[in-house]
Ligand binder design. Structure first.
Ligand code: SAH
Ligand code: SF4
Length: 343
């Protein structure tokens, strides 16, 4: 607890700390390689002298994400993992198989503070931020368990990534490190409910990351009803930040839009949305809202989904209705929920 998590440190940082301890430079590289491969203790780092392993064990801890439960979808092979963290808290990750490779949807917090009305994570409240090493551990554990390389990461599990900004930036640096798990920044997407000041900050870093914004409504009247964050930053302010992001990074922004029957799925909503996105390099992902117990929201029917997409397309806005993966194991967007009863 009091000890620093060494898995959350970059190779350069480990090097600097080891130099301060009088250790030769190559030791940092050795330890970093072990950590990148998912080593859970110093004990097993067989190319380090035993006294050094003991010394490091006294100085640092190594975070992990232990598979506590695993559900495999019979429909499409999607895997939902429940991981146990060092303090007995749990987070979920979802492994999806696409033509282009394996993509892991990771959690960034235990719970979430944002309280969106349609979201299971939002309903369970907030417990704590994840360390960079704990986000990385989800990727490593899923990769070890599946025996395959994970090529894509989406920060779209439990939690709001931009509400855990420093640790998420650190995770991005670790995940894309050539000496580490070496995932391309273009193969990583970050989904946010719209923390506008952080979107500006992120844009300034000019990372080749895909920004995905959970919009879900074309105007403040509807959005503020389902997403409390909208009372701080309204739709227009959010979209202004997205335009800035697209300009600074040269990347198309992706918008998530969960279609809720009778709330945000009318033709009028589609037209208003198209108007707001005009001229912006954007892509809209339409997701029939997942039924989450207690929210009272129902998904739009297929005709409404098609109609909504057609209006957007008709106005030159790229839109797709997202395929649902892992429906039989509640692995879809917004359905991840911390389970204390898990063993
Ligand atoms: N906090 C971030 C990322 C995690 S939520 C965010 O809000 O973007 C991941 C995605 O699931 C978001 O797009 C979110 O709006 C969506 N989501 C939440 N509950 C949902 C539900 N019941 N049905 C469909 N999508 C949902
Ligand atoms: Fe948090 Fe995202 Fe769920 Fe909103 S949708 S409560 S921001 S996890």
């Amino acid at each position: 607890m009091g000890k620093t998590d060494i898995k959350s440190l970059t190779l350069g940082e480990i090097g600097a700390q080891f130099a301060g301890m009088g250790l030769p430079r190559f030791r940092a590289g050795q330890v970093f390689r072990w950590l990148s491969r998912g080593a859970g203790s110093f004990e097993g780092m067989s190319d380090l002298p035993l006294p050094l392993r003991q010394q490091l064990d006294g100085e640092y801890r190594i975070t992990s994400a232990v598979v506590a439960r695993k559900q495999v979808s019979k429909l499409d092979g999607t895997v939902k993992y429940l991981f146990r963290l060092w303090d007995g808290e749990y987070v979920e990750s979802v492994l999806m198989r696409y033509r282009y490779g394996l993509s892991l949807c990771v959690s960034t917090q235990v719970g979430c503070k944002m309280g969106c009305g349609f979201c299971a994570t939002g309903k369970s409240g907030f417990l704590r931020d994840l360390l960079a090493g704990e986000i990385l551990s989800q990727v490593q554990s899923a990769s070890i368990d599946s025996g395959e390389r994970i090529s894509h990461i989406v920060l779209m599990g439990m939690g709001e990534p931009l509400d855990n900004y420093e640790n998420v930036l650190r995770f991005l640096e670790l995940a894309t490190c050539k000496e580490g798990i070496n995932i391309g920044m273009r193969s990583i997407s970050l989904s946010t409910c719209g923390i506008v000041d952080k979107i500006y900050d992120l844009a300034g870093k000019r990372l080749q990351l895909t920004l995905s914004v959970s919009l879900h409504a074309p105007n403040d009247a509807i959005r503020s009803r389902t997403m409390p964050i909208n009372r701080k930053w309204g739709v227009d302010e959010l979209l202004k930040a997205c335009r800035y992001y697209a300009r600074e990074t040269g990347r198309r922004v992706s918008f998530e839009y969960a279609l809720i029957a009778g709330v945000n799925d009318s033709v009028q909503c589609a037209q208003e949305l198209a108007g707001k996105l005009r001229g912006m390099p954007a892509h809209v992902n339409l997701i029939p809202v997942n039924d989450v117990t207690g929210t009272g929201y129902r998904k739009s029917g297929v005709p409404q989904q098609k109609r909504f997409a057609a209006v957007l397309e008709g106005k030159g806005i790229a839109a797709t209705v997202r395929r649902t993966l892992g429906a039989d194991i509640d692995a879809s967007c917004g359905q991840l929920r911390r389970r204390q009863e898990a063993t």
